[in-house]
Design a protein around this ligand. Structure first.
Ligand SMILES: [Zn+2]
Length: 67
């Protein structure tokens, strides 16, 4: 589902974890952090970004299983 966000809104949003800007992933309906070392993707529900680290998905392709 395409993400329909106001560009002005998107321009002021930053990752709550690392303060980097987002890119929009329309296929996944997510805002993806542009910081490669962060790589969190936040869900967009009803065109409202859910910028909660607890809700975010880690898109980094590291195979780390520690923790
Ligand atoms: Zn980030």
């Amino acid at each position: 589902m395409a993400v329909n966000l106001d560009p002005d809104l998107l321009s002021i949003l930053v990752c709550p974890k690392c303060r980097s800007e987002f890119r929009v992933d329309d296929e996944a309906s997510e805002l993806v952090c542009t910081n490669a070392s962060c790589g969190l993707a936040y869900p967009v529900r009803d065109d409202i970004p859910v910028l909660l680290i607890d809700e975010a998905r880690d898109t980094r392709e590291t195979a780390s299983t520690e923790g």
